[in-house]
Write a protein that binds this ligand. Structure first.
Ligand code: SAH
Length: 433
C-alpha cells in the first residue's frame, strides 16, 4: 500500500521524542521502555543485539519426526527391512505417543531395540511439571539432549486443548518486556524437538494428566491437543525451516504426522517481514499472529528491537498480503502496558492503519501485560484497557480482550524462561540419573 495515503497527522514525527498527546486532551504520561534488574545486550552501535542465526552448536540426533514418511521408508529399507515398518513405527509415535519397545508387538522382536535406537533417540526429558487452574493448565520444563532447557504450556479450555510450544532455546529478539529474551539465543530447536512437545502432551492427556477425561468409545475420539500456538520460547520465523517442517508434520495425516487442522495452528511473530511473505507462499493455511504492541515506529523501535529492520507499515503490508494469499484472518497481538502503549491516540492510530489496508482482514487481541521483572512494566488499568478496546471496536476493528493462563506458575505469555532454580532442578535431576 501507499503509506502516503495514510493520515499521519497524529503520528509523532521521525526522530523526535515520543509525543504524549498528539490528538486528544488525554494528559497521561508517556513511560518509555527500559530494562530494570537486568541489562539488555547491546552491540557496538549501542542498539539492542539481534541474533538471527543460531550459534553453531551440536544438533540433536535425527529422529523419526525429522523425516518425511518417504525418508523413514528409505531408512528402514537401508536397515534391510520392508518399507511398511516405517508406517508401523510412525503410528506408534504419532497415534499412540509411545517409543516403548514393549508396546510395539507388531515389530520383529529381534530388531525392535535396534529400530527404536535408530528412530527414537530421546529428545525431551521432563524435569518439572507445574499445575494450576484445578489441573486445567500445566507447564512443563524439558531438558534437551545437550542440557538446554525449554518450556511448554498445556491448557484445557471448554471444547479444545491448546499447547503453547517453544521453537528455540532462548530467543534472539531481545524484547525488553519478555523474559525469554533476557539470556539471548542458545540454539534453534529441531523439528522433532518441536513435535515431541506435542507428542508428550498427548501422552499426558491420554494418561489422564490434564484433569477430567472425556469418555472414549461410542464414537467419541480420545482427547488430544487440537490447538497449537507458537507462543512459547523463541521466534518461530527465525527458525523458519525447522518450524515449517514441524508444521507440515502436524498437519500431515497419520501415519506421516499428527493429522491436525492447519487452522488450529497459530504462528506468532515479532515481525520478520521477508519470512512473513515466505509463509504466505507455503499454502498451509495456519493462523498468523503479529506481535505489534505499538502502531508507531517511535515507540515500536524501543519496544521491539527488530523494528529497526522492518517498520510498522512494512509488516502490516506483509500481514495483509498473508490474508490475501490464504484468506485467513490475521491476529494482531497487543500487550497493554500502563502509560507506555495504551494511550487512546494509539488505539485510533492502530485502527487507522488497519482500516487503510481494507476491512474484514484482521482482528486485534489486546492482552494485559504479564509481569516480568522491572517496575516500568505494569499492566494497563482496567478503565484504560476498556477504552482501548472500545475505540478499536468503534472504528470497525473486531477486538477481543484476552487474558493469558498460568501467571501463578510463570507460564503466561512472555514469562517462559529457564530460571536459576530450573537449572538447579535440571542438574539434580540429571545427577539422579
Ligand atoms: N516470538 C514470537 C512468539 C513468542 S511470544 C512473537 O514475538 O510473537 C508470544 C506472545 O507473547 C507475543 O505476542 C509476545 O509479544 C507476547 N509477550 C511477551 N512478553 C509478554 C508479557 N510480559 N506479557 C504479555 N505478553 C507478552
Amino acid at each position: 500500500m501507499d503509506p502516503n495515503k495514510l493520515n499521519h497527522a497524529n503520528q509523532p514525527e521521525q526522530g523526535k521524542l515520543i509525543r504524549t498527546r498528539p490528538r486528544t486532551a488525554d494528559a497521561r504520561p508517556q513511560t518509555r521502555p527500559r530494562t530494570e534488574g537486568w541489562t539488555q545486550l547491546t552491540g557496538p552501535d549501542g542498539r539492542p543485539t539481534l541474533q538471527f542465526a543460531s550459534p553453531r552448536v551440536k544438533q540433536p540426533p535425527v529422529h523419526l519426526a525429522d523425516l518425511t514418511l518417504e525418508e523413514r521408508e528409505a531408512k528402514v529399507v537401508e536397515l534391510g527391512l520392508p518399507k511398511f515398518r516405517a508406517k508401523q513405527l510412525s503410528k506408534h509415535y504419532f497415534e499412540h505417543h509411545t517409543t516403548d519397545p514393549g508396546q510395539m508387538t507388531d515389530l520383529p522382536k529381534d530388531r525392535r531395540d535396534e529400530l527404536i535406537a535408530e528412530f527414537f533417540p530421546p529428545l525431551l526429558t521432563e524435569v518439572k511439571r507445574l499445575v494450576t487452574d484445578d489441573g486445567a493448565t500445566i507447564k512443563f520444563l524439558w531438558r534437551l539432549f545437550d542440557g538446554a532447557l525449554v518450556e511448554s504450556v498445556l491448557m484445557r479450555y471448554p471444547g479444545r486443548i491448546t499447547l503453547c510450544v517453544s521453537s528455540q532455546c532462548g530467543c534472539g529478539m531481545n524484547c525488553p518486556f519478555c523474559a525469554t529474551g533476557q539470556a539471548g539465543l542458545t540454539r534453534n530447536m529441531s523439528s522433532a524437538e518441536i513435535l515431541a512437545q506435542v507428542v508428550e502432551a498427548n501422552r499426558v492427556i491420554a494418561e489422564g494428566g490434564l484433569g477430567r477425561m472425556r469418555e472414549e468409545g461410542n464414537g467419541a475420539e480420545a482427547e488430544r491437543v487440537n490447538n497449537i500456538v507458537f507462543m512459547g520460547m523463541g521466534e518461530p520465523l527465525a527458525n523458519y525451516k525447522r518450524v515449517m517442517n514441524a508444521v507440515r508434520r502436524m498437519v500431515a495425516p497419520s501415519p506421516e504426522g499428527l493429522g491436525m487442522s492447519a487452522r488450529g495452528i497459530t504462528v506468532s511473530t515479532v515481525g520478520l517481514a521477508p519470512a512473513i511473505r515466505k509463509l504466505a507462499d507455503e499454502e498451509i493455511p495456519v493462523t498468523f499472529a503479529l506481535s505489534l504492541h505499538a502502531p508507531d515506529d517511535e515507540l515500536r523501535d524501543e519496544l521491539i528491537p527488530v523494528n529497526s529492520r522492518w517498520k510498522v507499515d512494512e509488516i502490516l503490508d506483509a500481514a495483509r498480503a498473508y490474508f490475501d494469499r490464504t484468506g485467513r484472518r490475521v491476529s494482531i497481538e497487543y500487550a497493554l502496558i500502563k502509560d507506555m502503549n495504551d494511550h487512546g491516540w494509539r488505539a485510533d492510530l492502530l485502527a487507522e492503519k488497519l482500516n487503510a489496508r481494507g476491512r474484514g482482514w484482521v482482528h486485534v487481541n489486546p492482552i494485559p501485560l504479564n509481569p516480568t521483572p522491572g517496575s516500568v512494566w505494569t499492566r494497563s488499568e482496567p478503565a484504560v484497557t476498556r477504552e482501548f478496546v472500545d475505540r478499536l471496536n468503534a472504528a470497525g476493528i473486531p477486538t477481543t480482550l484476552r487474558d493469558t493462563r498460568g501467571k501463578e506458575i510463570d507460564g503466561a505469555c512472555g514469562q517462559l524462561v529457564a530460571t536459576e532454580q530450573d537449572r538447579r532442578d535440571a542438574e539434580a535431576f540429571a545427577a539422579a540419573g
